[in-house]
Design a protein around this ligand. Sequence first.
Ligand SMILES: NC(=O)c1ccc[n+]([C@@H]2O[C@H](COP(=O)([O-])OP(=O)(O)OC[C@H]3O[C@@H](n4cnc5c(N)ncnc54)[C@H](OP(=O)(O)O)[C@@H]3O)[C@@H](O)[C@H]2O)c1
Length: 330
Amino acid sequence: MAPYPATAFISDQLKTLPEAPTVDLTGRTVIVTGGNAGLGYECAKKLAFMNPAKLIIACRSISKGQEAAGSIKEAADGNCQPEVWQLDLADMKQTLSFGQKCLDELDRLDIFLSNAGISPMGKNEKDMAESGYELTLQVNNISNTLLCHQLLPLMQKTAQLPPPSASLTNFKPHLTIVASDRHYSISQIPQTEPILRTMSDISLPGNRYEETKAINLLNAIPLAELAGESVIVNTCSPGWCYSGLIRNLQFPLKYIHRIPMAILARTGEQGSRCIIWATISDVPNGSYCDTMEVREPSDYVISEEGKTTASKLYKEMKDIWKTAGYIATD
Ligand SMILES: NC(=O)c1ccc[n+]([C@@H]2O[C@H](COP(=O)([O-])OP(=O)(O)OC[C@H]3O[C@@H](n4cnc5c(N)ncnc54)[C@H](OP(=O)(O)O)[C@@H]3O)[C@@H](O)[C@H]2O)c1
């Protein structure tokens, strides 16, 4: 495993992070999934200050999205009015409709920040999505990657357009998937094929959240290959941050957790600096970004076994997407 021992984690968490970089997004279009809460909200707020022509908060609750959009508009002194579009990644058909709406209504897409995610951490029972796949896999991986795949051609088209105004510098479209440094703890995901069906057996032990975050990195491999030279596909970790992610933690863990969190956790705003860094920096296509720098992912992700598993997962997902009516030919 690429070294990420506890000492490195602690040292990262205690670092004073610089402010997030900024770029002029005048005339450009940005989507943040899960932009209504937690890290996604903090990222959407930072992006609003960069003056995009269109900032879309994609979220499953329109009312929560509108509340967030109102706060962001106020913070940006009315200079950005985010739109709120419905997206429930637990529902593959709705995910597909969201993607189609983007293709129908947007003439460009400069940043797709795939941030929304869930953790079953602390839940005694895992939930199943309507598709028959375990919910965390459905939301964090199957639907998430479907949307990335669907939107990539629009981003490639955007890359061919001239900058929205002559005074603006070129900006390569970025498709950034929010993963986690927790992926380093996974040395292998289950190998029995079909893998996603095996992993949907809710009696199977395993660190499901960490596994889905490792799969985020594996899924980025074929996406980066498809993106070619014109779009930057990358993954990132915001570090350990306060957010709603651990809302399922139960007594006594819920309280025990608070002690290391108080010492080590970043605020959502601090975590969002790392995500924003990944989503506007000129980093190599396919890279993994953590604590505002490009880092080597785990040995598993970059191993031959990891790459083979990435191909298998991609093939399985294409078959699953087909059941919702999406045919991925490449
Ligand atoms: N916090 C951390 O320490 C940490 C560390 C590493 C990585 N991350 C990653 O950061 C990302 C954001 O998480 P967070 O920490 O900000 O957690 P959060 O506060 O729970 O926010 C998660 C966001 O995802 C949305 N979401 C959940 N299920 C969804 C679904 N089915 N369809 C559409 N949106 C859905 C949530 O919407 P609702 O408001 O409707 O629930 C919310 O907007 C996740 O990918 C997470 O894995 C977090």
